[in-house]
Design a protein around this ligand. Structure first.
Ligand SMILES: Nc1ncnc2c1ncn2[C@@H]1O[C@H](COP(=O)(O)OP(=O)(O)O)[C@@H](O)[C@H]1O
Ligand SMILES: [Mg+2]
Length: 274
């Protein structure tokens, strides 16, 4: 059985577990703390994502995964700690800041506008205006946005027949497809997905895995939060584990097992601080 990489040991450089140097992380959090009244959702959380990798962020319910995702995407501001992007400290004051860095998110609740069609959702806040005077008057180029949506669905393998139907009438899997496609279309560096397969059946979950691999192929890093170990082990390159608001272990997928990861999540396995 392999060893978890010790806490505080950066993956860059040689480590006792023989992890090869990885260079500079694309994104790194250091010592993130977030309190909600008496509850400490994060207690000095470290986390790292390397360019173009799929990293799974795992932990038991309440470990702080969603809170960390929200910090990274500028949805909430931490009480303490820093976020580094491409080696530089960054202040994420809103999701727009994350967006500007090329970071997109598929939130647990998807955050779609039910009354709009897929194109409306894909281009929400980034609408394409018509050329010329019409555009200057604020007229939207719905045709262009629809065409680009259909093209994106084709490229990403999202199977939605009626691309002009409202999202409200779509199945869970189709909605998921729209939310993931939106993130993928705009992300130039990184996509975060918080429990993307929680509400999906087996076939749909497999489709999400295919989408994740397509994103990775395009050179964009993916952060995957999931309870589904099978799912994680199919797509992740690396696994980082949060427990009680702190990173307690990191593994390379090829050097670990579901059993070892579950032990680390529950606090009973190797590599876990007492
Ligand atoms: N807005 C909030 N208000 C109060 N407590 C919160 C809030 N968000 C998260 N928490 C608490 O912080 C802890 C971590 O939550 P969360 O990040 O959602 O965990 P996970 O996604 O790993 O299940 C939990 O105890 C949760 O109840
Ligand atoms: Mg969560």
């Amino acid at each position: 059985m392999s060893q978890a990489v010790p806490i505080l040991s950066p993956l860059a450089g040689s480590t006792p577990s023989g992890v090869p140097p990885r260079g500079q992380p694309l994104l790194e959090t250091r010592g993130i703390t977030k309190r909600y009244g008496q509850v400490e959702a994060l207690r000095g959380a470290d986390f790292s994502v390397y360019p173009g990798e799929v990293v799974a962020l795992l932990g038991d319910n309440g470990a702080g995964k969603s809170t960390l995702v929200k910090v990274i995407t500028g949805t909430i501001t931490p009480d303490e700690g820093e976020v580094y992007f491409e080696g530089k400290a960054v202040q994420m004051r809103s999701p727009l800041d994350a967006r500007d860095l090329g970071i997109e998110t598929v939130f647990q609740d998807l955050a779609l506008v039910p009354d709009m069609d897929p194109a409306g959702n894909l281009f929400l806040g980034r609408e394409v205006l018509r050329p010329g005077l019409m555009g200057r008057l604020g007229m939207l180029d719905r045709k262009a946005m629809h065409e680009r949506t259909v093209e994106a669905f084709g490229r990403l393998g999202v199977k939605i027949q009626d691309t002009q139907a409202k999202v409200i009438g779509m199945s869970g899997g189709q909605r998921q497809g729209v939310a993931i496609a939106r993130a993928m279309v705009w992300a130039s560096k990184m996509v975060l997905m918080d429990e993307p397969t929680a509400a999906l059946g087996v076939v749909q979950a497999r489709n999400v895995n295919d989408l994740i691999l397509r994103v990775k192929d395009s050179g964009v890093a993916v952060v995957l939060v999931s309870h589904n170990m099978q799912h994680v082990f199919e797509v992740a390159d690396r696994i980082e584990i949060l427990r009680l608001g702190k990173r307690v272990a990191q593994f390379h997928k090829a050097q670990t097992s579901i059993e070892e990861v579950v032990l680390a999540m529950t606090g009973l396995g190797a590599g876990v601080a007492a």
